[in-house]
Structures are given as C-alpha cells and as structure tokens.
Design a protein around this ligand. Structure first.
Ligand code: R5P
Length: 306
C-alpha cells in the first residue's frame, strides 16, 4: 500500500514540542491562517491542500481550554471538508482530563464530550499523553491512544546517581498509585503513598502516611500540577518526616511563573516535568523531559491504519 502523505498542522498556540515531533516525522509544520473580523469572529484556513492526505492537528492546551477545543473542532471540520484521508488530533495534555467522573450532581463529563465533538466534526483518532484516568478512553466514542510516561520517568530515574535502595517513589493520592507501582517495579525500588481528600473548599486533607522516608531521596510522581496544592502538601509532610531530598516528577507541568516561584519555597529540591504543556523553564529548578519521541513513534505507527 502506498504511504499516505502527511500534513502536520499546529493551531494558534506555538509549541516547541510540535516542531520537534514534526521534525522526527520528517514533516514540515504548517501554521493555520486566521482572519479576525470586527465582531471578534474569526476565519480559520488551512493554508495547504489536504485532499487525500493524512492530517495531524497538534494542539497545545492553555489556560483558555475552551478556545483551543473550539479551534480544534474547526480545524477538523476544515480538514474533513477539504477531503483529508485521515484526521488525527494530538492533545499532548488532554483538555479537562481531570473531570473524568461525576463528583457532584448536575455536572457533565467534559473529556468524553471533547471526544464526542471531535468525532462529530470528522476526526478519525486522537493521541494524548498520560490521562488522569486511563480507563476513561474505554468510554470515548473516538479511537484514542493514551501514551504513558512511565518508561520515560523510569529511564530518567535509572540515570540518577542514587542507588535504588536510597530512592523512594511516592504516590500523592490513590489515583497515582498504579503509575508509581509500575515505575517502582521497573526500577526495583520502594514506593509509598498517601491518601488525599479534596474538601469542598478546595483544601486538601492527607491521611494514612506510612513507611519511613528519613534519609531517602523521595520522588513524588503525579500526572499533573494544577494549583500545586498536592505537591506542596506532600512535600511539606515529607520534609517534616526527614526526607533527604524531595523531587516532584510530573507529566503535565507548571505553566505559571508565580506557581513555580512558590514551589521553590516549599521543601521541593527539584521539579522534573515533560513538555506536554508550554511549561515555565528554570534550569536551576526544573528539568524538562521531552515526550517528542514517544509521540512521533506512535504517530508513525498510525501510518499503517488506512
Ligand atoms: C488529581 O487527582 C491529580 O492526579 C493531581 O494530583 C491533581 O490534579 C493536582 O492538582 P493540584 O496541583 O491542584 O493539587
């Protein structure tokens, strides 16, 4: 079968990750054209022909997720109308991923809604990284590939200088536990966890700390940082409990300078995160691991899908 030629489009959010993934795929990055009318409406246009081609629409989530989602839907619609052969949406950080279950009456399930809307607009599949609850994709009406950063984190930890018996991986809540267990198994190191409850006023209650962290390098592994409340509460506790070094290792990292500055004052020695969002760089405190190869490998393998 002749390989389908591929067009790589990024939305209006710049992204170094998008450029790196496109490079690994051997594609040029195509930016969309937008015209803004006086009333605030826009006209989006794909500047190249996508007829009979595979199109990858790469979108970076910002603090205006609804705007990014709607732009994505419009790009999918434009690609469909232009005769694209296959439409793949890439959200390295999936919008609304945390709201994967109904916690209060009257709420919806926005991650599933995003998948539903993309499907309706004409998308064939979507690729994302480290969903808060991986099982939620079983319920998505759109073919979804959720890539795990566990191997990336295990490789990073393997290259650290500490011996595995000096490292302790720490799950800041129950939902992080399977991820932590799997990385700890790959490394042959210990793990521990705490139970976290988010109260109605948004504050956190931690309970059931066990294990001994005294003198250890503790890596708090989580899928994301939002307010930073989880990392701060756990790091503070670990510091008091005598941990020698505390590192946060998180897939979807910090995009706000103010939050990063705050995190530096809470007992955390270092933050390791990936580039799924446009994270705030600070080489003295933050180490950024790239998911570019992970995404490129998956996107390449999708070639085979007709
Ligand atoms: C929640 O279950 C997630 O895994 C993260 O722990 C959470 O989203 C972090 O949020 P925050 O930084 O606001 O505590």
């Amino acid at each position: 079968m002749k390989p389908v030629s591929r067009t790589f489009v990024i939305g209006s959010q710049p992204s170094a990750l998008a450029t790196n993934v496109a490079h690994l795929l051997g594609c040029e990055v195509t930016s969309i054209r937008a015209k803004i009318f006086d009333d605030g409406e826009t006209r989006l246009r794909l500047p190249v022909s996508v007829a009979c081609k595979e199109i990858i629409i790469f979108q970076t989530i910002t603090d205006q997720p609804d705007a990014v989602i709607f732009e994505t839907l419009r790009l999918v619609d434009a690609a469909k109308n232009s005769g694209a052969k296959a439409i793949t949406v890439v959200f390295p950080c999936y919008p609304y991923a945390r709201q994967d279950r109904i916690v209060q009456d009257g709420c919806g399930l926005p991650p599933k809604l995003v998948a539903k809307l993309l499907k309706t607009a004409g998308a064939d599949r979507q690729v994302t990284v480290e969903l808060h609850a991986p099982k939620q994709i079983d319920d998505f009406p759109l073919s979804t590939f959720n890539l795990s950063t566990e191997a990336l984190f295990a490789d990073y930890l393997r290259q650290r200088t500490e011996k595995t018996d000096e490292i302790l991986l720490f799950a800041p809540d129950r939902s992080a536990l399977p991820r932590v267990q799997s990385i700890a198994k790959a490394l042959g190191c210990d793990f521990d966890w705490v139970d976290k409850q988010r109260l109605v006023d948004g504050s956190l209650k931690l309970s059931d700390f066990h294990g001994n962290v005294r003198g250890k390098s503790v890596y708090i592994v989580d899928d994301r940082i939002d307010t930073g409340g989880t990392l701060i509460a756990v790091a503070t506790h670990l510091k008091q409990a005598g941990a020698k070094r505390i590192v946060g290792i998180v897939t979807h990292g910090v995009t706000s300078i103010a939050l990063l500055e705050h995190l530096k004052t809470t007992g955390l020695d270092r933050l390791v995160e990936t580039d799924t969002r446009n994270v705030t760089r600070d080489k003295n405190f933050v180490e950024v691991l790239s998911v570019a190869e992970l995404l490129a490998k998956k996107l390449k393998s999708l070639d085979k899908i007709d």
